[in-house]
Design a protein around this ligand. Sequence first.
Ligand SMILES: Cc1cc2nc3c(=O)[nH]c(=O)nc-3n(C[C@H](O)[C@H](O)[C@H](O)COP(=O)(O)OP(=O)(O)OC[C@H]3O[C@@H](n4cnc5c(N)ncnc54)[C@H](O)[C@@H]3O)c2cc1C
Length: 570
Amino acid sequence: MPGPVVLAVDEDANSLSDIERELRDRYERSYRIVCVGSAAEAEAELVRIAADAEEVALVLAGESLGGAPGSEFLGRVRRQHPQAQRGLLIDYANWGTRPTGQAIFAAMALRQIDYYVIRPLRTPDELFLQAISTFLLEWAHARRLSSHTVSIVAKSWSGRSHELREVLGRCALPHNFCLADSPEGRALVAEAGDGEPLPLVVFPNGEVFADPSDAELTVAAGGPVDLQGREFDLVIVGAGPAGLSAAVYGASEGFRTLVIDEGGIGGQATLSSLIRNYLGFPRGVSGRRMAEQAWEQAWVFGAQFAFMQKATSLRHDGQRIVVGLSDFPDVSARAVILATGAAYRRLEVDELEALAVSGAGVFYGGPASEAPALVGRDVFVVGGANSAGQAALHLADYARRVTMVVRADSIAAGMSDYLVQQVKASPNIEVRLKTEVVGGGGEARLERLELRCRDGGAVETVEAGALFLMIGALPHTDWLPAEILCDAGGFIGTGTDVAEAPAWPLERAPLSLETSMPGVFAVGDVRNGSMNRVASAVGEGSTAVRLVQDLFALARLASWDPVGGLPDRH
Ligand SMILES: Cc1cc2nc3c(=O)[nH]c(=O)nc-3n(C[C@H](O)[C@H](O)[C@H](O)COP(=O)(O)OP(=O)(O)OC[C@H]3O[C@@H](n4cnc5c(N)ncnc54)[C@H](O)[C@@H]3O)c2cc1C
């Protein structure tokens, strides 16, 4: 059986022969390798492959083909092969030079290429092969072909199957979905034993759950741990980027560390299909992948996790701080880090809220797991910030047309420039400024939206296959006691915000990320003044651990209680 195709096109015959040798030596057993010397031959191959219903996993192209940039050829690949990864071949001599860097940046901004790869220099060239494997892994993830993928089989995309996708998504578990009457669905149902109630959830180890509860799924996904009678040095509430960072640093410093999350790992970051501005990931990283790796890092250092556990209360008990949990007995710690982030504001159009509850075409947050279902549809994204821009770009790979509905009179005000450029360059993205969604509905799922221009005018009804709402956030602080000082928007005050407040009970000044409750720190999006970025959340998570260390060290030196009755240290 020939596998998916890896196609390389390069006009330099020597380079093409090196590339062909490396690809065949390493990948020929699993992929069909096609190497050609011109753009015309490559175009003809791609047409033939599409006609034969074969899949293309990766296309590599030289920097220049027939006098035109190779990136232009690569930009056309996805018209026929929407999932194919596209790599621009560059010479080692050009690596690090300004013109090549600019060409790569422009081609990525125009979404013509996924990344670049340096032509092989020796055999085996492990750097070249690693780059190829990364492309193939990205393709497998997009196709949900990874060996760790969980399968959901259900009668429809909405209702309970949507909820299950949400739960798996929140646990950062890669998953795919198939309808029960599709060939793949029928095969999975037959394997599980006909007659089992749907939806079915099939784990990669073969374990099958018929119509499982959320709790069953999270246990199967690796949590929660048994917390009975456990005392910790550090309890972290929230396993988004800020909490995961605090977990890595806390556990690596030797603290007995527990991380609690009412969902799974990753927080809002799991809604982001490609984070391109996080240090160390030049080709970008999906929020889910980043969270998986951070979780693994924290786990290897010894941090413990409790998923699907909501923190419900917080109080001092002598020298310890006690956190109440939704399903387990209280846990206690010497210090607590609040990393509970924020959630989207609601649109408050009743008909659309009802469709959002069942995931019937209306979604709060990004389109990560819904996008593949929207091929050929007209979809809408409400919002004008980076997250909305990313969502629109991701959807544009699948949908016929993506309309961004923005209240402001420009997208430049709320969006990073690189995203503005990408949105403008995408032929199937339209931006409607000064516009809001005022109504909509549908029978079983979203069919239409009502839009109104804020300058006045009639309400316009448009056909809509899906709506993604990304309209600002509210902090998760409603469960906190009054001793934790928050601003008018509910975001937690720290450091100088609380130093002068009557709520601060000690003589010493609060540490920089410390809240008005001594020994309790706040980091990431939940904090007043947060930068709302992954990098800043991660930085604050690690900084807070350092401050916890300082607090413990000073307490040891002075033999005083770290969370009460302290002398002034400043
Ligand atoms: C679609 C999208 C795209 C984005 N793209 C980018 C990007 O490209 N680059 C970038 O830098 N930033 C991006 N961001 C912003 C970034 O994701 C956030 O700034 C970051 O996730 C904040 O991290 P956090 O840990 O502070 O909070 P969150 O990520 O919000 O995590 C908070 C966690 O706390 C948990 N929690 C809340 N309350 C409780 C409770 N009571 N008990 C237990 N657990 C609780 C939640 O379940 C959640 O897991 C994006 C955001 C979105 C939504």
